[in-house]
Write a protein that binds this ligand. Structure first.
Ligand code: ADP
Ligand code: MG
Length: 305
């Protein structure tokens, strides 16, 4: 188990991580969900031992993970960290980059392993291409494959799909997380995109300004976000009379507790997102067709929807 106990860290005067705790068991995925600047990358650097904690303790299987004060080369053997900067050899082929940590003593195994990973990240056709000629998204996929090459026990992923086009991202995400589960690799993934985590994380830790704002499995957190800043990650939401509702939980009604004036309807493909003013605030609800601006509507609220 990866255990993070009550850790705090400051960059000189700025408190970046404030008393954060969590556990990640073998083969589990923990998502760190937070806005840019909330402390996700700092947290990953602390876990990997690039930075020293000011307070608290980080351990894997009851063995403390040491920072630079106590360990010259960051990163335990069993752990891999895919940073937001990839760290690849540009003048070397995709296949060589992926296999760089694999032993050349067993060329056949090395080739099989590299081929398997090329498949996982969808780069089989690019095996012989030098990394310098790849797009940002392709480089990101090489970095992922390279980190997986020697099946670590723990992998830390910092916004791992941020450079990848959305139509490639969806199947890639499924393959990567399936792969992690099949090899029982524990994963901590930092992201601000709910799509990276809702279907794949065992637990989500929402962080804001270096503090833990909420922590729960995806379904529990989605159904009961507790805080508007948590709901904001998942979907368009509104605070109505002190309660949080997603747009799909507010519906047009013949009469109802809420009487609002429509401001604008936004086409969303399957339906429209309608923006309306209520008690001086804006709220959002879904509807099959657009509604003319200025229309007065009654709305019903249903959390179980
Ligand atoms: P995230 O990855 O969630 O975007 P970071 O962990 O990169 O957040 O940053 C958290 C906070 O720490 C931010 O306020 C950021 O400006 C600050 N920070 C990050 N790196 C440094 C640094 N090297 N020196 C000083 N402040 C930093
Ligand atoms: Mg970051």
């Amino acid at each position: 188990m990866l255990s993070v106990k009550n850790i705090s860290f400051s960059y000189s005067e700025v408190l970046a991580i404030d008393a954060i705790s969590f556990d990640v068991k073998e083969g589990e995925v923990l998502a760190l969900l937070g806005e840019s600047g909330s402390g996700k990358s700092t947290l990953l650097k602390l876990i990997y031992g690039v930075l020293d904690v000011d307070f608290g303790l980080i351990s894997w299987k009851n063995q403390e993970i040491l920072g630079p004060k106590n360990k010259l080369i960051a990163g335990p053997e069993f752990m891999k960290y895919v940073t937001q900067e990839f760290d690849l050899m540009p003048f070397t082929s995709v296949a060589e980059n992926i296999g760089v940590h694999l032993s050349s003593f067993y060329p056949l195994e090395k080739k099989q392993r590299t081929d398997e990973l090329l498949g996982v990240v969808g780069l089989s056709r690019f095996a012989a291409v030098n990394v310098q000629f790849l797009s940002g998204g392709q480089k990101q996929r090489v970095a992922l494959a390279k980190a997986l090459a020697r099946a670590p026990e723990v992998i830390l992923l910092d916004e791992p799909f941020s450079h990848i086009d959305s139509f490639k991202k969806r199947p890639l995400r499924r393959r990567i997380f399936k792969y992690l589960k099949s090899k029982k690799i524990a994963c901590v993934v930092a992201t601000h995109d709910k799509n990276d985590v809702l279907s794949f994380a065992d637990n989500i830790l929402v962080i804001q300004d270096g503090r833990a704002l909420a922590s729960a499995p995806p379904e529990v957190l989605f159904k009961n976000p507790q805080h508007p800043s948590v709901a904001a990650f998942f979907s368009e939401h509104s605070c109505v009379d002190g309660d949080i509702y997603y747009a799909h939980q507010i519906k047009l009604a013949s009469k109802g507790p809420v009487k609002a004036r429509v401001v604008k309807s936004y086409f969303k493909g399957g339906n429209f997102l309608v923006e309306a003013a209520y008690k001086g605030e804006l709220l959002f609800f879904e509807h099959d067709i657009s509604i003319a601006p200025g229309s007065l509507v009654f709305l019903s609220l249903d959390k179980s929807a």
